[in-house]
Design a protein around this ligand. Sequence first.
Ligand code: MN
Length: 316
Amino acid sequence: MDSLKEISKQIKKSNSIAIFTHVSPDCDALGSSCALMTALNKMNIKTNLFIKEPLTHDQTKLFSENKILNTECDVSNYDLFIATDVSALNRLGEYSTIFNNSNNTIVLDHHYCDKKIGKFNYIDNNSSSACEIVFSLLKELKVDIDSEIATMLFVGISADTSSFQNSNTNSKSYLNAYELCKLKADIVKANQILYENKTEKEIKFEKYLLNNYKIIKNCAYIAIDKKILKKLNGGKADCSSFSRKLVSIENIIYGFSLVEEENGLFGLSLRAKDGYNVKIIAEKFGGGGHICASGAKFHAKNIKEATQKVLEAFNK
Ligand SMILES: [Mn+2]
């Protein structure tokens, strides 16, 4: 692995940088990439962040969408490409080819990966979030971390640890959160938007979850097809916290949600209590992530067959 010192040297050498992050960006993907872009621009290094998908309603309150480009990335405009919160090429979506074809790339991530996709790679799976890594990098770069940057980094740490509850939380996460508070991260705003901001639709989805989840042995799960999504007037994003909620049940070790995203294409979200592994299940379906929190997408005839496939994988 390359040091943050080496990586900051590469950054200081470059004139213009493009940043990418993973598809279906979460608050850590956005926090790490937006904070890095803002800080580098403060250092007068021309930096653009490219994200194809629109932000969710909550995310737009935490990150300025107008500073993010959703266009094609003209390679000739940049001499360095950085990916945050992602270390697998396919998770870069439409920007994966550009990243793969460039010979000057940096990866900053906390997901374990056997294959290194950057020229320079800083991958630390002891960090709770990519935001912790970007925070260390910004300190190495000696850039002034203002309240806006501190807030974005705090949001990513808080979101990836589910407010310091997930098993990826450690003493360093608390220390970084402490330092970010000292740097005037707006934790009231972050907490309100992340945790006290439920819409009626979210309540409706939660109600559906609580009325319809099933338990087999130590595994709680919910399966939702397009018909149900339509009835609830929502989409896959409205189910994103389901597996985490299911694994919070007493005596339940594994939780998963299965959501039909397109006809015959199913999104699988998996969670396990500390000390148990769901990543091996995600990998069986061509996905990945963390030991305790991972996901995949796969095809099946219908929701029944998709559910059966996942339950069989658990049985094995
Ligand atoms: Mn992350």
